[in-house]
Write a protein of this length. Structure first.
Length: 345
């Protein structure tokens, strides 16, 4: 005996099919039908409503029957919500909701593909498309639309060789006026299993672009990623700062790529940009975090070695250790100093 749910599903399928045939037989205009679905289109995920699903099939049937007058369902939905930033963003919000639902994801992806085709015909700039798709507001490296957008950028550049921009520079602008926004996304992606591959590919492209612009690690530290916020900035970045972690990746990559150039180190870079007070504050904070404690210890050893080589006494360096209220750093340096210079300096 058939289950009640199966019977209901079969009836629903028959109703949908009948509705489609009626609309097609009488040539009901798709725009007119859509205008009668105001309440449906206000839903968070209108694609979950069977009425809109029937309408999508009707649009496909009409386009197949009248190919010269074909019009995409996406263009009609765009006209309904508004062919501007607000309207496109609203449509994107609803399609993003549909992509999270396994029953409506296929409809959403099809409509997104149609939108990209429509924008391509209008020669819409990739950055504008990025914004209208809300890629900045979504978990972009997991978003299936990102690869489609990459292809859109490639096609746009082929059509507009004079105005073309690299994929990575366009993507970076999507997250703001500097590379910091993109770097935060990539660093997070590099630490997640599901996005590590795509994040690694984009990281490699970004490193290559920085190198092509002759950006040394020091220039990237100060100018590109603004890890020092101007000459008056006295706060060193935390060792857990994702932007600093990404910069360290570039520093290591650059050192390997240019073995004959003077090697850049994190310690020397910090010393070039911050005073000892700032570095000590950074180390004190980092030692409180289990994730950065070991790195902080390593930097502390380098700092103490520099002071010892300079024959700085515990009294000389005491003024820089005010941030360490436990006096643990002072006591450790005093111990090391007395070991190295038992008779004083």
């Amino acid at each position: 005996m058939p289950r009640l749910a199966d019977v209901g599903e079969k009836i629903n399928s028959i109703v949908k099919s009948t509705q489609q045939k009626i609309w097609l037989t009488y040539g009901r205009p798709a725009e007119d039908l859509l205008s009668r679905m105001t309440s449906v289109l206000k839903e968070d995920n209108p694609l979950a409503n069977s009425k809109l699903q029937v309408w999508l099939k009707h649009v496909d049937d009409l386009n197949q029957k009248h190919p010269r007058e074909a019009k995409s369902a996406a263009s009609m939905l765009t006209a309904h919500y508004g062919d501007n930033q607000y309207g496109n963003s609203l449509l994107s919000t609803k399609l993003n909701a549909a992509m999270e639902n396994e029953h409506t994801k296929v409809f959403a992806l099809k409509l997104q593909a149609q939108r990209l085709e429509d924008w391509g015909r209008k020669n819409t700039a990739p950055l504008a498309v990025f914004d209208m798709l809300l890629l900045r507001n979504h978990d972009v490296l997991k978003n299936p639309l990102l690869i489609s957008w990459f292809k859109y950028v490639e096609d746009f550049n082929a059509r507009n060789p004079v105005d073309k921009m690299t994929l990575i520079s366009t993507l970076s602008l999507g997250f703001g006026t500097s590379d910091r926004g993109l770097v935060e996304v990539l660093e997070a992606g590099l630490n997640a299993g599901g996005t590590k591959d795509i994040a690694t590919k984009l990281k490699t492209q970004l490193f290559a672009e920085w190198e092509a612009k002759k950006l040394t690690p020091d220039l990237v530290f100060e100018s590109t990623l603004r890890l020092k916020q101007g000459y008056t900035d006295s706060n060193a970045p935390g060792l857990s700062d994702p932007i600093l972690k990404f910069w360290i990746r570039y520093m290591e990559w650059f050192n390997l790529k240019h073995p004959h150039k003077q090697k850049t180190t994190l310690f020397d870079t910090l010393r070039n940009h911050f005073d000892y007070d700032a570095i000590v504050r950074m180390l004190v904070d980092a030692k409180l975090d289990p994730a950065s404690k070991a790195s902080a210890r390593d930097l502390e050893s380098l700092l103490f070695a520099k002071w010892l080589d300079g024959k700085l006494t515990p009294q000389d360096i005491a003024r820089w250790l005010r941030a360490d209220r436990s006096d643990a750093m002072f006591d450790e340096y005093k111990r090391l100093f007395e070991m190295k210079w038992p008779n004083g300096v």
